[in-house]
Structures are given as C-alpha cells and as structure tokens.
Design a protein around this ligand. Structure first.
Ligand code: ME8
Length: 523
C-alpha cells in the first residue's frame, strides 16, 4: 500500500454464530480497529468491515439442539457479537451478516457468473465420507486419518457425491504468478512460504455446494444444492462493499482491501481459494492477507474440551481492573501478530501494564505535568532554544520516530509502530533523569534551562501520544483535555510536527494509569 491511496479498506474474518465471542475474536477485531483509526488519523477514507458467518451445518445442528430455528440462533449470536464490538469500542464501519438479503443476492449473482463463465461446473466427487460429521475427505486426508473418523472413531466409507465444483486447478499458474509478483501478498513471511509450498504441490477443483443440509444460500438455478459456507463467507469481503451489485454503488470505491486480517487456521481459504475466485470474477486482488497466530491461555491451547477460552467475562474483568486501553495495548504489543503463538496470562498482562503504561507513559506524563505545575505555574513554558544540558536534537529525533511509527502502521506492524512511539516516551524519561530539572529548579538562574527542558518533555509526550491515540484512544483523550491539546485532526503527520505545543497552554496534572498490585488486580 502506498501513502497516496485515499481510501483504505480492512476486514476481519466474519465470525461463526454457533460460538460465543472470545479473546480471539476481540483480538483480530482490535488489531483492525487500531489500523483503521490510524488510517483515519492520516486522513484516509477508511472502510472497516466485520460481521458474522451465519450459514452451514454447524449452525443448523446447534439450532436443532436448542429447539430453535437457525435464523433465531443466528440473530441471537450476531447480536452478541455486535455487543462485543460496542463493549470494546471497536470502530467498524459496517457489520455484515451472511443471512442479509444484500449478501445473499450478491452471492447468487456471483455464483451465477462463475457458472456462466465455466468456472463452476456440476461434477462428481468420490471420496471418503465421515457419516457422523457428514464430511467428505480426499484420499490423502483420509489416509492421514487412518480411514477413521477422528471424532467418532467409526470407519470412513467410500461414497460419491454430486456437487458443483469450482475450477481451482485452472488457476494454479496464475496464483503462483500472483505470489511471485507480490512477496507481501501473505504476511508474515513464514505464512507466505507455507502457502506457496502447498500451492506448488498442486491444486484440485473444490466442491462448492452441499446437498446434505439446508441452512445455506440456495444455488442459483438448482435449489437442491446450497452454497458451501466457505464460499458464501469469503464473498462477504466483496458483497460488503457492493462489488457484485449492478450497478455498483459508491461504496465499491473501497475495493480492493489493503488487508484481510485473519487467524492462521483459515489462511488457505483466504490466500488461495479466495484469490482464485476473484480472478474468476475478474475482480482486483487484495494487497495482503495478514494471518496472525493464536493466543493460548496460561500456557495451554484454548479449546472447548478444556473449557479454557478467555471469554467475554474474563475480558470484561481485565477492562474493569486495568481499563480498556490497557487491554488494547496488551493485545497489540504482546499478541500473536507474528508467526508464533502468544500466551495470555494474568502475570504477563500485569507486568506489561506496570512496565509500559504505569512506569513509562503514565509516569512521564505525570512527572512532566507535575513539574510544569510546580515550576511554571501550570503553564506550558517557552523553549528558548538554548542548550538544555543534553545532546539530543528533539525535533529530528521525534521526526524520525514519527516516520517509523507511521510506516510500520501502514505495513500492519502495529507493535513496531507502538515501539517507535514508546521510544520517544522512554527518551523523555532518560532526558529528565539526565538533565534533572527538579534539581536545577532550586537555582533561580537556571529558570530558562528548566523551562526549555520541560517544554521539550511536554512536546515529546504530546507527539508520542498522538501516535498512540489509535491504541489508547480514551487515555489520550484524557491527556488532550488535561493539557488543552484540542481534538485530534485527521492530519497526523502535521500534528506530530515538533513545536506545535503552544507556550502558555494550561497543563493540568495527569495520572493516566494508576499503579495496581497484582493481588489487588486478581481480586
Ligand atoms: O473461522 N487466537 O470463524 P471463527 C487468536 N467463520 N485469534 C483467534 C483465536 C485464538 N486463539 N481463535 C479464533 C471462522 N481467533 C469463519 C471465518 S472468514 C470469510 C470466515 C480469531 O468464529 C482468528 O481471527 O471460528 C480466527 O481466524 C477467527 O477468530 C475465527 O473465527
């Protein structure tokens, strides 16, 4: 992506309504939220899409088990997911549900187009059938499973199914070319290599309809078949901005997405099947599929059987104790954005909160504002430009970090972007310790020097927090009001120019992140 792009489009996976929301969903959506807020701050016209995946046999079965209709179950859980979005202050622009007419109609139009172009055809699939799971497996997969259902342990049976297929095999070469020409098409790099390796192993056509259940989008022209939930779901990225509507509406200006952000378990669908479908539909490719790794919980994989998902209640508890911004900061800096999984543990959370937020951001802002109150009557002093007793050239130092932070954010390196902002804050801390304004203040002749130092501290903190605003919007807002910094503009770059802080501005004392004891927090 280039900085000249005026629009910016980012998506989360659409979440299954047969499950309750948990940390994984909150995580992916928070990452996208931070990126979306940052791009808005840079003046981009942003579209941030999330939503729910509501069709398929699992939803049908869960609904049956509860004695309600699949639509009722979907309505109930989609509402739950929406509630989470509000609870976490997630700034999505649209929430798409795959049972909505706008989606259903566009999926049918797109599938019809694929049928007309010959990319979808009626064929037979002979494979190994798991009767309990109602699922077909290829020879290779069945062999891996020792021809037994991993769930029921019953033998798989040889069976034939008539299905509509997508001609994935026809796109092998073009997909390899897409990967070769776009080394950033899948991130992180380890995931790119993984998909490319599997892609080179060869592609088979994939069945895209089912006849063994009903809860899905009817296949156009052959209503015995419903469209396989994965094809239906992937298409949300296009239907969400009206790409399969005719005529297209204004929202289609967002196409294609800069980032489809997902978890690594659904990468193949996103990095191979989806691009091939887009090629068949003659739609432009996204810039990047970003596949993060997994949160594990207190050292263990989260699973239904272990019942150790970090669920909403727990997340709410973290937010009540540490604040929403602390949770966002933790997710963004300590999360599994790279190729390895991350452990979510209370002790690690507490340590990150204390080290980065209490001792660094909070402490610097509170020290600086307290000294301005003590030595400068609570008004931002003027920087005379004289030597303040330190070698650091603040304007170029902050300029460099601002550049790094913005570039990293554009590359979806959220932790890298935050690290650049935090470098400024840490430098303020070092600067205060080295120049010791609290000592100089005892000497009336050093008043100018004290003023210079404190202006520089306050200005550097202002700039760092502008960069951190997408991560901790509430706390930065608190600082903005205490320091009379005004509302954020959508011109982050100029806001971060050194020297914008006006001498004379009233600076109130702030305590952004209260210190907590672990025991107190656990209680
Ligand atoms: O797969 N750590 O929906 P889903 C981090 N409907 N992220 C996690 C996670 C974990 N432990 N567990 C889940 C589906 N996630 C399909 C997607 S898209 C066209 C269709 C996140 O409800 C991660 O983003 O199972 C993962 O990809 C997503 O939740 C899966 O959500």
């Amino acid at each position: 992506m280039t900085t000249q792009t005026k629009t910016a489009y980012i998506t989360t996976p659409i979440y299954y309504v047969n499950d309750k929301p948990h940390i994984g969903h909150a995580y992916t959506t928070t990452l996208c939220d931070i990126w979306a807020r940052s791009m808005r701050a840079l003046g981009k016209d942003v579209f941030f899409l999330t939503g729910t995946d509501e069709h398929g046999v699992k939803v049908e079965k869960s609904a049956q088990a509860r004695g309600i209709s699949p639509q009722e179950l979907a309505d109930e859980n989609a509402a739950e997911f929406r509630k989470v979005m509000d609870l976490f202050g997630l700034s999505f622009d649209d929430f798409i549900r795959t049972t909505e007419q706008r989606h259903v109609q566009q999926v049918q139009t797109a599938v019809k187009q694929l049928l007309d172009s010959g990319d979808v055809y009626l064929g037979e699939f002979e494979g190994w059938y798991d009767e309990g799971q109602e699922e077909y497996h290829t020879e290779t997969k069945a062999k891996e499973m020792d021809y037994k259902s991993p769930i029921s342990q019953q033998p798989l049976v040889r069976a034939t199914q008539t299905n509509y297929f997508f001609r994935l095999s026809a796109y092998q070469e073009r997909l390899e070319q897409l990967f070769a020409e776009n080394p950033g098409f899948v991130k992180p790099e380890a995931r790119y290599n993984e998909v490319l390796g599997r892609l080179r192993g060869g592609l088979q056509d994939v069945p895209i309809t089912r006849t063994n259940f009903e809860w899905g989008i009817p296949f156009p022209g052959d209503e015995e078949h419903v469209i396989y939930v994965w094809i239906d779901a992937l298409m949300n990225y296009a239907t969400g901005v009206g790409m399969c509507e005719s005529p297209r509406r204004e929202k289609s200006r967002y196409w294609p997405a800069q980032y489809h952000v997902i978890g690594k378990e659904i990468l193949w669908f996103h990095a191979v099947i989806w691009p091939a479908v887009l090629m068949a539909l003659k739609l432009e490719q996204p810039d990047c599929i970003y596949a993060h790794s997994f949160w594990i919980s207190e050292g263990q994989k989260m699973s239904k059987s272990l019942g150790n998902f970090i669920d909403l209640d727990q997340l709410q508890n973290y937010m009540d104790t540490y604040g929403q911004d602390a949770l966002r900061y933790f997710l963004a800096t300590q999360g599994p954005a790279g190729a390895t999984d991350s452990d979510f543990s209370r002790s690690h959370f507490h340590e990150t909160y204390t080290t980065d937020l209490v001792n660094t951001v909070g402490n610097c802002a509170s020290r600086t504002s307290a000294m301005i109150n003590k030595y400068c009557d609570g008004e931002c002093p003027r920087d005379s430009g004289a030597c303040a007793g330190s070698e650091i050239e603040w304007s170029s130092f902050t300029g460099e970090q601002v550049g790094r932070a913005i570039e990293a954010m554009e590359q979806f390196d959220l932790a890298g972007s935050i690290a650049a902002a935090m470098k400024i804050v840490r430098q303020v801390d070092t600067f205060i310790n080295e120049t010791a304004p609290f000592k100089l203040a005892k000497d009336p002749e050093a008043a100018t020097q004290v003023a210079d130092i404190l202006y520089r501290c306050a200005e550097a903190i202002r700039i760092a927090t502008c960069l951190l605003e997408s991560v901790m919007p509430e706390k930065v807002q608190e600082l903005r009001s205490a320091w009379q910094l005004g509302e954020a503009t959508n011109d982050l770059r100029s806001e971060c120019t050194w020297g914008r802080l006006q001498p004379g501005t009233k600076i109130q004392k702030v305590a952004l992140f209260p210190r907590l004891e672990l025991e107190e927090a656990t209680a």
